[in-house]
Design a binder for this molecule. Structure first.
Ligand SMILES: O=C1O[C@H](COP(=O)(O)O)[C@@H](O)[C@H](O)[C@H]1O
Length: 267
C-alpha cells in the first residue's frame, strides 16, 4: 500500500469534473490495453454524478471498450428500484445508459422491492462481489468516492459502526444521519483494497472535513481520514474545498495539466 495522498486543486466544480473525466479516460485506456477486464467502483453524490456526466461528454468516451468494464457501487440508498435518489439510477442516467456496457457488467446493490431485508441485501452484494472475484473480492482498478460535509464516504458515517468495520465486504447501514436512514455500503478495508481511490469533492462546506482528514483525524470521527488506496489516493477538489489543505500536499500543476512523466506522479 502506498501512503502517498495528493490533492489536485481545480478552479471550480466544472473544471474538477472535466479533469477527473480526462484522468479516467486516459487511465482506463491504459488499463484496458493491459488487462482483459477492469473493475471500477462508482459513487453517488453531487460531484460524483457530475464526474460521470463529464465522462459521458468526453470525446474519447467510446474509444474505451466498455464491454470489458465492470461497474460496482461504493454505496446505495435503500430506496426502491428506479427511485430518483438511487445512486444506481443517477449513474445510469449520467453515464451508463450512454455507453455500450453489457447489463451483466453493471452491479447495482439490491433494492428493497427485491424482497430482501437490508442485511440479506448486503450479503447478496457481498456474494456477488466474491463470485466476480473468483471466490475473493475483485481487484478494483479505480474507486470513486464523494465526501460529505461530515467527512462520510460511501455510506460510512461518523459515529456509526460502519467506518471501523475491520473486514472487507458489503454491510447494512442503519440510522444514517443523511436520508434515507437505511443504506448499503462497502467497508473501508474493501475500499482500500482498490488500486486507485479518487475522491471528488467541491464546495466550502467540504473544506473542514478534508482538512481534518489530511491532518490525521480519527476514522470513527471523520471516515474519509481512513481512505488509502494501494497505489494512489487522489483528492480531486475545487478551490473552495481546498481551503484547509496543507500546502505540502497540493500537487504541482504540471501533474494535472498533463506532464505525468515523473514516476512519483504516475496515475
Ligand atoms: O449520500 C451520499 O452522499 C455522499 C456525498 O454526497 P455529496 O452530494 O455531498 O457529494 C456520496 O459520496 C454517497 O455516495 C451518497 O450515497
Amino acid at each position: 500500500m502506498s501512503t502517498d495522498r495528493r490533492v489536485l486543486v481545480h478552479t471550480d466544480r466544472a473544471a474538477l469534473a472535466a479533469a477527473a473525466a480526462e484522468r479516467f479516460v486516459s487511465t482506463m485506456s491504459e488499463l484496458l490495453a493491459e488487462r482483459p477486464v477492469v473493475h471500477i467502483v462508482l459513487t453517488g453524490g453531487s460531484v460524483g454524478i457530475d464526474v460521470l456526466a463529464a465522462i459521458a461528454a468526453h470525446p474519447d468516451r467510446d474509444r474505451l471498450d466498455w464491454t470489458r468494464v465492470h461497474a460496482w457501487w461504493g454505496d446505495e440508498r435503500w430506496v426502491p428500484t428506479g427511485h430518483p435518489d438511487r445512486n444506481e439510477r443517477q449513474a445510469r442516467e449520467a453515464l451508463l445508459d450512454a455507453v455500450v456496457i453489457p447489463s451483466a457488467n453493471i452491479h447495482p446493490f439490491p433494492a428493497p422491492d427485491e424482497g430482501l431485508d437490508l442485511e440479506a441485501a448486503a450479503r447478496r452484494y457481498d456474494d456477488e462481489l466474491r463470485a466476480a472475484g473468483g471466490g475473493t473480492y475483485p481487484s478494483f482498478a479505480i474507486t470513486f468516492l464523494g465526501v460529505g460535509p461530515d467527512g462520510h464516504i460511501a455510506s460510512l458515517f461518523p459515529e456509526l459502526p460502519g467506518p471501523t468495520v475491520a473486514e472487507p465486504g458489503a454491510i447494512a447501514v442503519h440510522d444514517s444521519p443523511k436520508p434515507p436512514p437505511q443504506r448499503l455500503s462497502l467497508t473501508l478495508p474493501l475500499i482500500n483494497s482498490s488500486e486507485r481511490v479518487w475522491l471528488v469533492l467541491a464546495g466550502a462546506d467540504k473544506a473542514a472535513a478534508l482538512g481534518l482528514a489530511l491532518a490525521g483525524a480519527a476514522v470513527a470521527d471523520v471516515p474519509v481520514a481512513g481512505v488509502l488506496g494501494q497505489r494512489r489516493t487522489l483528492f480531486l477538489v475545487d478551490e473552495a474545498a481546498s481551503a484547509e489543505v496543507p500546502a505540502a500536499l497540493i500537487a504541482p500543476t504540471s501533474y494535472w495539466t498533463g506532464a505525468m512523466d515523473q514516476p512519483d506522479w504516475a496515475p
